[in-house]
Design a protein. Sequence first.
Length: 277
Amino acid sequence: MVEPVTTFAKRRWRNSLIAIVAGMALIAWHKAFDVALYQPAFLTGWILLATIIFLALYNGRKKLSMVPLGTASSWLQWHIYLGFLSILTFALHVEWSIPNGLLERILALFFIAVAGSGLIGLYLSRRFARALTRDTEEVVLERIPQFIADLRGQAEALVIESAVETSSSKISDYYTGQLSSFFAKPKNMHQHLLGSSRATFSLLTGLDNMKRYLDDREMAYAERLRQLVESKDKLDYAYALQTVLKVWLFVHIPATYGLILLALLHLLLVYSFGGAR
């Protein structure tokens, strides 16, 4: 069930307000620790570690969709806003400066990679996921190559039938020269990511221009071939967008687990060789 726009907007404003208040409270708490001569780095460090671990649980929640642990939408909202708060917590933890020490700098780089990829992922999911829902039928990425192979089989059977039934090679010649490579595999990935349909438009224009030389029977085959080209273009579009989203996960998730391991090592070293108050 699609959530009403007004309800979504109200929830976004509410969650944004809560995140802002929480951020201000964190800054005040950090300042109070500093004034009281405690070490605020220990406070922000523990908060940051707990936040990162909770954020990492979102990936597990997606894989356990059948378990009643709250809605996926709620988990996503927590993931986004706690992610923003973690950036503030990290900045307070390092005191808005470049950390000292090799491990600390590596840890900071991992955090920047996780936070940066998270922000990029938020943008991609907002832009591409909506585009997929709006412009294409839902299709699983791993099945797209098989769907393309099916379309290629239909297109090849169509041009052979056209040549046999009409005793003309116009459509088959156009397919061999212009469309065979198009149906061979996913195409025009970069153009789809940029929102351009120039390449497919060129193929369709070529088909339309050819129609002036076709009789009625050939026109029918050309129109069917045109529909197959349009179907293939939609699959290419879905393939391009879903591939980007999946590649992003291959960066964000491993970097998150690496960050947690480094953070635990950092914590061990701090409590082994440093003092905590």
